[in-house]
Design a protein around this ligand. Sequence first.
Ligand SMILES: Nc1nc2c(ncn2[C@@H]2O[C@H](COP(=O)(O)OP(=O)(O)OP(=O)(O)O)[C@@H](O)[C@H]2O)c(=O)[nH]1
Ligand SMILES: [Mg+2]
Length: 341
Amino acid sequence: MHLIRMFIDEAKITVRAGDGGHGCIAFRREKFVPKGGPSGGDGGDGGDIYLIPDPHENTLLRFRFNHIFRAGRGRHGEGSNRHGRNGEDAEIPVPLGTVVHDEETGEVLHDFTEIGQRVLIAKGGRGGHGNAHFASSVNRVPKKAQDGMTGEQKDLRLELKLLADVGLVGFPNVGKSTLISRISSARPKIADYPFTTLEPHLGVVAVDDYKSFVVADIPGLIAGAHLGHGLGIQFLRHIERTRLLLHLIDVSPAAERNPIDDFHVIESELAEHNPALPSKPKIVVATKMDVADPAKVEELEQWCGQNSIDVIRISSVTGKGLEELKRSIFRKLSAGVTQRS
Ligand SMILES: Nc1nc2c(ncn2[C@@H]2O[C@H](COP(=O)(O)OP(=O)(O)OP(=O)(O)O)[C@@H](O)[C@H]2O)c(=O)[nH]1
Ligand SMILES: [Mg+2]
């Protein structure tokens, strides 16, 4: 599937898996056993390094000051056939949307698009065999043991391509692009005519210093979009993987439509594209509150209330409601953070 992803950030790190422990050379020294056999234990294996996706993170900032990651080394084997302890594995969390490149070969090692993946990136060295391992009928007193193998080391380039968390849907001209330009640094074209936006845009919205989410602005939809009317529904694939939809409805008198009809038209276009889309978590956003028709607002709120749909009123012109909207988006995303579908 093609997703809207844009290059956003890059970091270089070195991963070093643990070395294996050395095998041991030892012989049994026991009373009444004149020639004790070899008893050197094997070294432990070095720890592996895994990358795991972290859905709470959407920047590579933590790698700016932290470049080198190691897993634990295996302990050496010991006498009395004691096996050395294995080194501890290391897990490095990376944001969803991170593509991992091997700097040396240029190869793409992994592309993190889903949570729950645990990817082995550098293998720990195997522990060396102790001399007990080398005993045979011809050599009952082996004096050799193996060294542990060196753990794998790799230079990685992490490249973060954002996946959108939130999708903006609605009729043309309802203020989708204006909203994203007010809450993020995205600067899509805004104009007072339908179909101003011709392709999707992404914006990163900061909530506090360390929290943010990604919003996708897509071209407006109209009745029959699934039949190709207007710009059609080709862009809906960009919001299929978002976790929350904002359904923007223009409540100003200039929009000569009924707000509840608007809601239904857009919902049925979403369903035509993918029956799962209308059941995504959603917030209805009443836009252009600075010039609202109070009757429309009331009708919309009442209807949403009856259908248990959250409504937030905003004006991108005065800024009213924008802070509340950001907070409720963030709350909903945090509540269902594992439900990226
Ligand atoms: N008064 C008022 N006008 C707004 C507000 N938000 C957007 N507008 C105006 O509405 C018009 C359409 O805004 P856009 O943001 O381009 O609308 P859109 O939904 O992105 O439209 P398409 O890209 O065509 O689908 C522009 O003239 C905006 O200035 C608002 O809160 N109040
Ligand atoms: Mg637009």
